[in-house]
Design a protein around this ligand. Structure first.
Ligand SMILES: *Cc1c(COP(=O)(O)O)cnc(C)c1O
Length: 450
């Protein structure tokens, strides 16, 4: 990212060739991020596998790199599955975890012998009927809703007791192979994962007595990463925002609190600064015991001879991409507040988080097209809505900004580029390019028909 930003001419070439904004990818970091997890798993002597959660970034380049890095892929729709199979990803390296699964998705998964994470009884019945029709055996993972009171209620999966009831129907149970237990939790808490793994292992114990032979526990995603290195910057932001009176726009648009209450960031935003990430976080889970005096999670997994799987999206993509947009204009809101308009809309750097709390970077072009303005300003986008802010924070431009300059949003490869992007107003989706080791090339995803 830094290399590219140090060359304003290269940035300009990308915008000229692909339009604004452009999503640029360089996937080398995916391999090292995966390795960080593997090193810790190996230190605990557990059998371990990583499935890249593809919904976090739609490029084909991400799939290629995940496979090169020895990972599998977690897919969330028919198109995601089809594209992986067409790309040559082996079936045993894929898991289908879509929240709602079309018949076509189930049929393709069954025909291709891809494991399906089954959410509920209706879905299990449909899977077994479809497999029966084809005379195929189908491998399923049971999606577990963790029952422990420390874990909030979830729409996903069923409680262990409920799965045991469902599989008590021996006719149904004989038609599917229960390959593993899957769960995916909200949030990033290591101790919650330890509780989930422990419940999954106890369900596996019961399933074994019923004649099933599950081989893995998949703890889903939510492996934390840190976008902002400095804890101090992160805390200062919140403690500065908190006392600002309503209507004070020195820091955020319309003094938006971004979901914070009482100075502490809450679930309204991603925790952009975190201390325990990837390897250290996994180490905490594996070394922990869920009850005093009981053995560690790692030794429970080893004793049960169960492979631990995970499905990181965001944290595998840490350092893999950036979004660059061109400044269209500078102006003032009718009451004087300075604005910088970009050729970009707010769905092109957005997740389900209230705001992306990483500072964008300004890339000056040699000769400004217009006089540069030096005011602190809000970044506004292309949708015809008053609240069309690219970011809800206000930014300083000590070196000035003018039409034709570029603004880069760093580290956007995980979710920020793609998860809610839309082509409203018939504005095209942003192009995706990747560094192939030699030059910038268009990613194949933008050529594909859905
Ligand atoms: C979204 C999702 C993931 C990935 O989550 P991250 O927070 O990106 O790691 C993994 N598994 C399932 C089932 C998901 O829905």
């Amino acid at each position: 990212m830094e290399d590219l930003l140090n060359s304003p001419a290269r940035c300009r070439e990308l915008i000229d060739a692909y339009g604004s904004p452009v999503n640029v990818h360089e996937f080398a970091a995916l391999g090292s991020n995966a390795q960080e997890l593997r090193t810790v798993a190996a230190a605990h002597s557990i059998d371990f596998q990583i499935y890249f959660a593809r919904k976090a970034n739609k490029t084909m380049g991400a799939i290629d790199q995940a496979i090169r890095a020895g990972c599998g892929v977690d897919v969330a729709s028919l198109n995601e599955l089809r594209q992986c199979l067409d790309r040559g990803v082996p079936a045993e390296r894929i898991i289908v975890t879509a929240a709602v699964k079309s018949r076509a998705l189930l049929q393709l998964a069954i025909a291709s012998r891809v494991t399906i994470s089954v959410d509920n009884k209706d879905e299990l019945l449909e899977v077994s009927e479809l497999a029966d029709e084809r005379g195929e055996n189908v491998e399923v993972a049971l999606r577990l809703a963790v029952a422990h009171p420390a874990i909030p209620p979830t729409r996903f999966g069923l409680l262990a007791a409920r799965w045991l009831e469902v599989l008590g129907d021996t006719e149904l149970a004989s038609r599917v192979t229960v390959a593993g237990i899957h769960f995916h939790l909200n949030g990033y808490d290591a101790s919650a994962r330890a509780l989930g793994i422990s419940e999954a292992l106890s369900l596996i114990g019961q399933l074994r007595t019923m004649g099933h032979e599950p081989t893995f526990v998949d703890m889903g995603g939510g492996i934390p990463m840190s976008y902002v290195d400095s804890a101090e910057q992160w805390e200062n932001f919140w403690s500065t925002l908190e006392p600002l009176p309503a209507g004070d726009e020195t820091l955020t648009w319309k003094s938006d609190r971004l979901g914070a209450t009482g100075g502490a960031p809450v679930a309204g935003v991603y925790p952009y600064h975190q201390e325990l990430v990837r390897g250290a976080w996994l180490d905490e889970i594996l070394g922990s015991a869920t009850e005093p005096g009981s053995v560690s999670i790692a030794s429970s997994l080893r004793r049960a001879q169960i492979q631990l799987r995970c499905e990181p999206g965001r944290s595998l993509l840490d350092g893999c991409g950036m979004t660059i947009a061109e400044v269209a204009f500078t102006k003032n809101r009718s009451d004087g507040v300075p604005l910088v308009g970009l050729h970009m809309n707010r769905t092109q750097c957005r997740s389900t988080s209230a705001d992306f709390l990483v500072d964008p970077l300004l890339v000056h072009q040699g000769q400004p097209q217009r006089k540069r303005t030096f005011d602190s300003a809000f970044l506004v986008g292309a949708y015809c809505i008053e609240e069309e802010l690219l970011l809800r924070r206000r930014f300083e431009f000590p070196a000035g900004v003018a039409a034709g300059d570029l603004v880069a949003f760093p580290n956007t490869a995980g979710y920020l580029m793609h998860i809610v992007e839309s082509a409203s107003h018939q504005l095209p989706l942003a192009a995706n390019v990747l560094w192939n080791g030699d030059q910038w090339v268009a990613d194949d995803i933008d050529r594909m028909q859905l």
